[in-house]
Design a protein around this ligand. Structure first.
Ligand code: ADP
Ligand code: MG
Length: 367
């Protein structure tokens, strides 16, 4: 049974259709990411879930409850944004305290809540300390926001959202303003906190590395349409469309315009004349011409020589990246091809080498 169900969501601003029939399910305790380029409609989905925006049509169910007519403040959805929106005149502790009190005020009638707030003061302080320890801010209880780094402020924002015990926490590009190292550190932290609290998170990002680092599952969105919902592994290994193959990691894409037979093998011929041998066992997958094939750079090898499946490549560029070498070369037909190797190889620009591939690694894309 899905915990969050989004069914056929449509949203337009004026004549422009921003969300086109968005549907997906999220399980309880899942870290689910919506990944897509800027302007693709990610924030609009969160706005519909949290009630900031009304969709034109479609349904949103959270824990079996239809959210459509529920006001924003009764949906019990936590939000964390790129901007921290902390109160500058309150300490870290008091920022969290404020959120906790706001939650209590929202859920209890007047007299009761004031009595409770007075009586339970100690317990609340205790809860605040627990949550601040959870987000690793135990040394910062009494600091003001201006005394904190960007990463620490975002931890406060996370604690503030969590203390309200939301049924769902939506994080909209929370790390976009942070530098690379801090980003990496907080990605790990967010994942840890999500696991420890067991809360359901919807995480929004335009950064594919971030999505792959933290997510249980990813929905890839482009132009207001969800194109693929799957685990990071499947999205990488089996991208459904050309857009995803291009957007996620490096890729070699070739447009196939002709199919030939050679020594009982199927040979795909590109628009420029390059040839790729295809594994016959997958024959039934072959769509109508023209179509696109993709070959991930790391699937190409220099070593295991193959008679048919080889490509002559002239090296145009050699780029050092995180202890690996990215090689950008050109086929004799002029098409560009990229591969990766470890830094022990001594290739130089201008060298001509043979690259080999396995037939099973050629992936056919339908669009
Ligand atoms: P993302 O979060 O993926 O960057 P958004 O959901 O913010 O994208 O926006 C998607 C599209 O909707 C953009 O083209 C944006 O200009 C448009 N849009 C968002 N909010 C409004 C609004 N209130 N009025 C008109 N257009 C909007
Ligand atoms: Mg956005």
């Amino acid at each position: 049974m899905p915990y969050l169900e989004i069914k056929n969501l449509h949203k337009s601003y004026g004549k422009k259709e921003i969300l086109k029939n968005i549907s997906f399910d999220v399980s309880e305790g899942e870290l689910f990411t919506i990944l897509g380029p800027s302007g693709s409609g990610k924030t609009t989905i969160i706005n519909c879930i949290s009630g900031v925006t009304d969709p034109n049509s479609g349904e949103i169910l959270l824990d079996n409850l239809l959210l459509d007519n529920l006001p924003t403040n009764e949906r019990n959805i936590g939000l964390v944004f790129q901007e921290y929106s902390l109160f500058d005149n309150l300490t870290v502790r008091d920022n969290i305290d404020f959120a906790l009190q706001a939650k209590i005020r929202k859920t209890l009638p007047d007299i009761l809540k004031w009595k409770l707030l007075k009586k339970e003061r100690y317990r609340f302080q205790n809860e605040i300390e627990i949550i601040l320890k959870k987000v690793d801010l135990k040394d910062h209880f009494n600091k003001y926001p201006k005394q904190l780094s960007g990463g620490e402020k975002q931890r406060v924002a996370l604690a503030r959202a969590l203390i309200q015990e939301p049924k769902l926490l939506c994080l909209d590009e929370p790390l976009a303003a942070l530098d690379k190292n801090l980003k990496k550190e907080l990605q790990k932290e967010i994942k840890r906190i999500q696991r420890e609290t067991g809360k359901t998170f919807i995480y929004i990002t335009h950064d594919q590395t971030e999505a792959f680092t933290i997510s249980d599952r990813i929905a890839v969105i482009n132009n207001g349409e969800i194109i693929q919902v799957d685990t990071p592994k499947n999205i990488y290994e089996f991208p459904k469309t050309k857009f995803i193959a291009n957007f996620i990691g490096d890729n070699n894409l070739f447009k196939i315009e002709k199919i030939e037979n050679q020594d009982n093998k199927l040979v795909f011929v590109t628009d420029k004349g390059a040839k790729f041998v295809f594994q016959e066992t997958n024959k039934e997958e072959i769509p109508q011409l023209p179509f696109t094939i993709c070959l991930r750079p790391e699937k190409l090898t220099f070593k295991e020589k193959r008679l048919y499946n080889n490509l002559k490549v002239k090296l145009n560029d050699i780029i050092y990246l995180d202890g690996r070498i990215k090689i950008v070369g050109g086929l004799t037909t002029g098409e560009e091809i990229t591969t990766m190797c470890n830094s022990e190889h001594n290739f130089s620009k201008g060298d001509t080498i043979n690259l080999y591939y396995s037939e099973k690694d050629i992936l056919i894309l339908n669009q």
